[in-house]
Design a protein around this ligand. Sequence first.
Ligand code: MLT
Length: 221
Amino acid sequence: MHRRANSVSSRTGSRNVRPQPDFIHEFVAGKSNRTLLLLHGTGGNERDLIPLGRELDLDAALLGLRGKVLENGMPRFFRRLAEGVFDLEDLKKRTHELADFVTAAADRYKIDIHQIVAVGYSNGANIAASMLLLRPEILPAAVLFRVMVPLVPETKPNLSSVRVWIGAGAHDPIISASNTKELVEMLRSAGADVTIRFFQSGHELTSDDVDLAREWLTSVR
Ligand code: MLT
């Protein structure tokens, strides 16, 4: 079942309903309790990573989102000042919006919050990493393709029950290996169980990324 929607509002029992941030999104029901939260790269949309999500997990529900920031007409999840130079205030605000949206969507689509796995590529991986650092309660696991340090949090999060798989390009012209390794150290020092793999590629995703990420996802079930 595919469902497209513009907004999700949360039910808060007897309390007033708090307006929730909207994201254009697509929800595809699954056969298992797992949901992959799909976050595209610059210029993508809510449908971009649906085929990748299906390749990674045949049975999971899929929730694809469209970033709300436009850069020359291209959707992104937060503003940047230049390639790799982020507008940190916007990034923080958008990270909280995204985290609140995931909580509301879990309520609406009956998603098991203990079985959400973020799958992000590039800009989408960066905001997923930001969510791990600023809202560590939201994501129990993440698959991050071509990710970098999005920000340095003021307080160290507790990621002791979080598992992360990172796919990096050894020849990525946008993200240096040292930057990705810095993120790995940041996540590990917060307690996360992190697997990192380098591929003989640039910023583009390879079939090896997909194969190893799928294997990892099967092992963390
Ligand atoms: C970003 O802006 O998140 C990174 O530079 C990756 C990109 O989207 O090009």
